[in-house]
Design a protein around this ligand. Sequence first.
Ligand SMILES: *Cc1c(COP(=O)(O)O)cnc(C)c1O
Length: 383
Amino acid sequence: MFSRNTIARFQNTETPFYYYDLNLLNETLSSCKKASDQYGFHVHYALKANFNQEVLKAIEKVGFGADCVSGNEVKKAIEIGFDPGKVVFAGVGKSDKEIISALNNDIFCFNVESVQELGIINELAAGLGKSARVAIRINPNVDAHTHKYITTGLEENKFGINQWELNSCVEELKKCQNLELIGIHFHVGSQITNLEVFRSLCLKVNELSAWFEDHGFNLQILNVGGGLGVDYQNPDEHPITDFEAYFSIFDKFLERRPGQEVHFELGRALVAQCGSLISRILYVKNGLKKNFLILDAGMTELMRPALYQAYHKIENISSDSGQTVKYDVVGPICESTDCFGKEIELPDSKRGDLIAIRTAGAYGEVMSSGYNLRERVQSVYSE
Ligand SMILES: *Cc1c(COP(=O)(O)O)cnc(C)c1O
């Protein structure tokens, strides 16, 4: 996957660092753009997956909007050049300060996650003499069939407004003079690889959008969220997710009125494969039952394995040994969960070898931390 020249470049670079293949990123973005344009669908990029400056610039350039989950993400998106008219703001706990700042920036829409939040946005908008566009985030109780830590659309999850609360939502909206309901919003989870989940979501959206129409609301937007998965097992075989298959499900099953827009909020599927965490082996520790490779990168640089038991493909990209050995690949942090993989078959490895942890472009660098007073992880880009 990495060219000889790239590996030579890595040899001369201080580790650990994130490497971003901007060519792959651009190919992924064009593939998504082409597939969504064909149906007239609108894509907002979920900034929380990766807000690296170069990555954001590339995404802004293809013309996608921005899906933000904090006031600072809203600010960042606008700073990078995203049109505020294409910025949406979701999140269960928007603070007053964040709401005011987003109102002052005239963002496109607030995705509202509780009945109480409707009243608060209304009050703050009134205070500024503004009207806020809102979409109701509804918890559709659709199982994403993904890891339970990244499931968001079940009644046991904290996200969104439950269906039995919709009547009180409508009551509240009637009282809110400074709100305009423009749509309904859904997001059922992340790393969804079973496309049946999206078909179930479409059927639920059809039912709920009909409910709103029956209650006299004219919804301009159906926002179906993100969650499309990538192939963590085989990044070289599937560097770009099948966007065509994904969007065609919505085209086929989602009922739309003429002029009604369909919005998507993709994060992972756009950025995961273009990023790798590159590190060096500090020590090789041979135990009685286990061999350990101790890397100079740990959960402070890539937290997903510790946080969600996530799998990432691990490669030794500088060994030329023909012999393989099984290793537990771990980081230097003082936590037992600081482990990238157990019993991983790799070429016979030695101190100084370069290790690539693949498919790390989404929820990698953004979750890095300073725990153990670690240095901030650097990034390197393809030429
Ligand atoms: C995280 C998130 C997304 C993006 O999810 P991916 O799985 O990365 O596509 C979209 N919408 C909302 C509201 C989110 O919180």
